[in-house]
Design a binder for this molecule. Structure first.
Ligand SMILES: Cc1cc2nc3c(=O)[nH]c(=O)nc-3n(C[C@H](O)[C@H](O)[C@H](O)COP(=O)(O)OP(=O)(O)OC[C@H]3O[C@@H](n4cnc5c(N)ncnc54)[C@H](O)[C@@H]3O)c2cc1C
Length: 363
């Protein structure tokens, strides 16, 4: 078998790249190799996470969008004007998939039951632990449900942290897809990836809102990595095959979201797939390394007690909207950093100081 580009893995990063490649003047022949059926996910992003230009080629993949978003904390509620959008596996299908597991990957071929030769092979196999990366977890269980009566929401609730703080920073995430259909997700920033108690959390939240579930349509679960320490140079050393997505540790260190980075990588692939793509992706990843965000996650995980972690987020959500937009987009400026850190920290000061240094690992 042959193709111009083979993606190993047909997940979010590969699909976004394929969509971008379909828009280049002479689209390459793309093949994806993946043994698994499509993931049962929604993939969401904030309006300002991507540029207007990227929004144009990505727009056919958007299944739902909303003109704002809400957050709720015990002492503070806020409606933010930044839009929010969601992609689904159906709205972003994978083109041309060979259902097979790759057992060997090289820059010019893949073995997946058979040999597949390609001008360019891209490793998009999803997250794998790495000694250069130390993580905590954002774990969640979400049910997409049909209610017996309207829920009354018009905007997504990105964080409802007015719930009991159990098992780490806990909040409920709500995506209203129709007046009676919504995704209810119980989420925790936790030290361990186990999902115990989350299903009960969703049921209890729905009951507390007075919502009666007529039918559960879909369930999604995840334990996304949250980066505490990362040694980018060690991570990328010796990487022979170009990597994208979670495989390349291209995710927001605080949220675990990888969609904005997948869009960046897609642009790089469209430009460099016939050249030195590995170097172009590596340089971009190292240039976009975000030690400041990892400092914040260490504050959250190491300086704050699990049941007090919500205070860090409540304080953050009192800051100016443009700062919040840049934060999610991974474009936090030096001035934003100062603004985020200045003032009385919502965590014990001695523990905050101890959480400052980032551990470098010998990978
Ligand atoms: C339930 C859930 C919800 C999420 N929501 C969001 C969100 O709203 N916004 C956001 O930005 N991020 C979200 N994320 C985080 C992250 O963006 C996703 O995990 C995203 O799918 C990562 O994309 P990826 O392409 O790197 O990996 P994946 O989408 O995980 O794809 C990797 C693919 O590689 C395949 N594979 C693995 N090994 C092999 C092999 N040997 N041979 C061939 N194929 C192989 C796997 O079967 C898989 O299909 C979510 C994650 C989860 C789990």
């Amino acid at each position: 078998m042959q193709a111009d580009i083979v993606f190993v893995g047909a997940g979010l990063a590969a699909r976004i790249a394929a969509l971008r490649l379909a828009a280049v003047p002479k689209p390459p022949r793309v093949l994806m190799v993946d043994p698994s059926p499509p993931a049962n996910h929604t993939w969401s992003f904030h309006e300002h996470d991507i540029t207007g230009q990227d929004r144009r080629w990505l727009s056919p993949a958007i299944a739902h969008e909303w003109p704002g978003q809400e957050v709720r904390f015990p002492g503070h509620r806020r409606t933010l004007r930044a839009g929010y959008a969601t992609i689904t596996p159906e709205s972003l299908p994978a083109p041309n998939v060979l259902r097979a597991k790759a057992t060997h990957i090289a820059p010019d071929h893949v073995i997946a039951g058979q040999r597949i030769d390609a001008q360019c092979v891209i490793d998009a196999r999803g997250f794998a632990p790495h000694p250069a990366l130390e993580i905590g977890f954002q774990k969640f269980l979400g049910l997409e449900v049909e209610l017996t009566a309207p829920h009354g929401l018009t905007l997504p609730v990105i964080m409802d942290a007015t719930v009991a703080q159990e098992g780490g920073y806990r909040f409920v995430y709500l995506l209203p897809f129709s007046p009676t259909r919504l995704l209810i997700e119980d989420t925790r920033y936790a030290d361990t990836p186990g999902l115990e108690g989350l299903r009960e959390g969703v049921a209890a939240y729905a009951a507390a809102q007075g919502w009666q579930i007529r039918e559960t349509l879909r369930e999604e679960t995840g334990a996304l990595p949250i980066a505490l320490s990362f040694d980018a140079a060690a991570f990328w050393r010796g990487a022979e095959v170009p990597r994208i997505g979670m495989r390349a540790a291209r995710f927001h260190p605080v949220t675990g979201y990888s969609l904005p980075d997948a869009v960046r990588s897609a642009n790089i692939i469209a430009q460099h797939w016939q050249g030195n793509l590995g170097a172009a992706l590596r340089e971009d990843a190292i240039a976009r390394d975000r030690p400041f965000y990892r400092l914040l996650t260490r504050m959250l995980f190491r300086a704050a007690d699990p049941t007090e972690r919500w205070r860090v987020l409540e304080r953050f959500y009192r800051l100016p909207e443009t700062l919040i937009e840049r934060f999610y987009a991974g474009n936090t400026t030096q001035a934003d950093m100062a603004r985020i850190l200045i003032g009385k920290p919502p965590v014990p000061i001695l523990r905050a100081i101890r959480a400052l240094p980032e551990r470098r690992q010998n990978a």
